[in-house]
Design a protein around this ligand. Sequence first.
Ligand code: NAP
Length: 279
Amino acid sequence: MSLPLPTTESRAVVTGASSGIGAALATELATRGFSLILVARREELLDELAHRLTLTHGVAVEVRAVDLSDRIARGVLTDELAKREIAVLCNNAGIATFGAVSELDPEYERTQMELNAVAVHDLTLAVLPGMIERRGGGILISGSAAGNMAIPNNATYAASKAFANTFCESLRGELKGSGVHVSLLAPGPVRTEIPDPTDQSIVDRVVPDFLWVSSEYTAKISIDALYRNKMRVVPGVISKGMSVAGQYGPRSFTAPIAGAFYKKLGAKPTPRPRKFIRK
Ligand SMILES: NC(=O)c1ccc[n+]([C@@H]2O[C@H](COP(=O)([O-])OP(=O)(O)OC[C@H]3O[C@@H](n4cnc5c(N)ncnc54)[C@H](OP(=O)(O)O)[C@@H]3O)[C@@H](O)[C@H]2O)c1
């Protein structure tokens, strides 16, 4: 069985649709004829995308400007989604912090958990009964290759993505034969925008261009995977390497290596020494 065919009533919901992988997922679903509900906080970006997708693909696109880390605002959205015909849910919105938890803003760490884990759980629970009743639907969760590992200096993110990865792959086991597809997107680095050459992260500096995967490619193989009810999508060579190391490498070995690398991710690049110019 495949995903439900798009209808005028049904909607594909994409969270984090105002940029990066989320915007690409929304575009990919629109090209396949799905009408959409786009969710993120930056309403003007969602409106722009909605306008573009309607114009190009003739689909209906609704915008919900919601802070998904806010339980009350999220509750309004989940109540709405529970009553609507949701064919696809892409649980994609997420944020990350780098550095030692003890040195990071505790409020933002809580926000990260709320967005990356609790909101994913809430939204899934909202659409699931309808999908099961209709015997059709697709849930894609954007976890991460980081969710397979213990990563010092990325602890809240790695742990929140461990929830996303494990919840997703556990849920699909429960839904076998129900007609509801569940796939995990667990990428390593995905290039979502062209890096600023004057302010590159260590990943931008270390990873050569040909090893990066784009948001568009990631979105395409993710939606293909959801159609086929594939368990996990891991785009690109680096993601696959991280995935194998994370799942099969002993944590006592991988955690210090990952931790040292992620420590540098939080740090600003050291300015190159200026050449001494003789006058
Ligand atoms: N890119 C990568 O290398 C990579 C690798 C592994 C996993 N992932 C995962 O893939 C997903 C997408 O990543 P990305 O790189 O495309 O990220 P991105 O470009 O930073 O986009 C994040 C999206 O989440 C939304 N968002 C952030 N906080 C929100 C909030 N409180 N409420 C509602 N929406 C919120 C943002 O929109 P607003 O700011 O408008 O709210 C934006 O649309 C994330 O879950 C990320 O962890 C990405």
